[in-house]
Design a protein around this ligand. Structure first.
Ligand code: SAH
Length: 223
């Protein structure tokens, strides 16, 4: 039986829309020092590769995506999906925990100073569907990775974190991600939290955080 379509968008769709807007805004000619020569994005949890494909489209030809995962199965699925779309050339697959993203990016791209230059960073937390449910993201490493991501993001850049609580440690991870987002300075970040308040089990949450341009710099400043 086909499921009836619902009208409200899925959280994934909202995340993609928000990230796409960061790329649209960045595409406007701004000039100035420190503007990277090409768009760069990070997929912090490659999983089945849907976000890597999405980000590879967003960065465009000449742009780059780094996609992290600790599982070879996830990186293989992501590689296949990217190859099928002809997008593999835009993505570096990194078998490493996202909590090490700054170190790994410095190692992989020694010529690039990516701090404050990344347009979008996406997290899709939990376990890889159809695989080993014992391998999940976890609050301490997720929070370390979110901290790293917040340092990498450019002004106007968007970070998304899609939390799934349907695994052991999922509720703790949700609380940790929400607390992390709540601690971001409102002067520097615009933060949205979308969740399902009427769901007691397996609720999902989407945190969106945009790094705001500093006030008084006329929108031209960059980190
Ligand atoms: N719950 C989502 C999918 C999440 S996939 C859904 O239902 O669609 C999450 C991915 O994160 C998995 O592939 C897993 O291997 C990966 N992962 C777990 N810990 C990680 C870490 N420390 N760094 C990077 N990826 C990690």
């Amino acid at each position: 039986m086909r499921e009836r379509a619902v009208s409200l968008p899925a959280l994934t769709e909202i995340a993609h829309r928000a990230v796409a807007r960061a790329f649209e805004a960045r595409a406007l000619p701004k000039g100035g020092d420190g503007v990277p020569a090409f768009p760069f994005a990070v997929d912090a949890t490659a999983g089945n590769g849907y976000d890597a494909v999405f980000l590879a489209r967003q960065v465009g030809e000449g742009g780059l995506v780094a996609a992290f995962d600790v599982q070879e199965a996830a990186l293989a699925a992501t590689r296949d999906r990217l190859a099928a779309e002809g997008l593999l050339g835009r993505v570096r697959l990194v078998r490493s925990g996202h909590e090490h993203m700054e170190r790994e990016l410095a190692r992989l791209f020694p010529a690039l100073e990516l701090r404050g230059k990344v347009t979008a960073i996406m997290f899709n937390l939990g376990f890889l569907p159809g695989s080993d449910k014992a391998v999940t993201t976890a609050a301490p490493t997720t929070v370390a990775a979110l901290d790293a991501a917040s340092r990498l993001l450019t002004y106007g850049g968007v970070l998304s974190a899609h939390v799934y609580t349907g695994h052991r440690g999922g509720m703790e991870e949700d609380r940790a991600v929400l607390a992390w987002s709540a601690a971001l300075s409102p002067e520097e970040w615009r933060v949205l939290s979308l969740s399902q308040p009427n769901k007691a089990r397996n609720l999902e949450r989407l945190i969106l955080a945009e790094r705001l341009f500093p006030k008084g710099k006329g929108g031209a400043g960059r980190p």
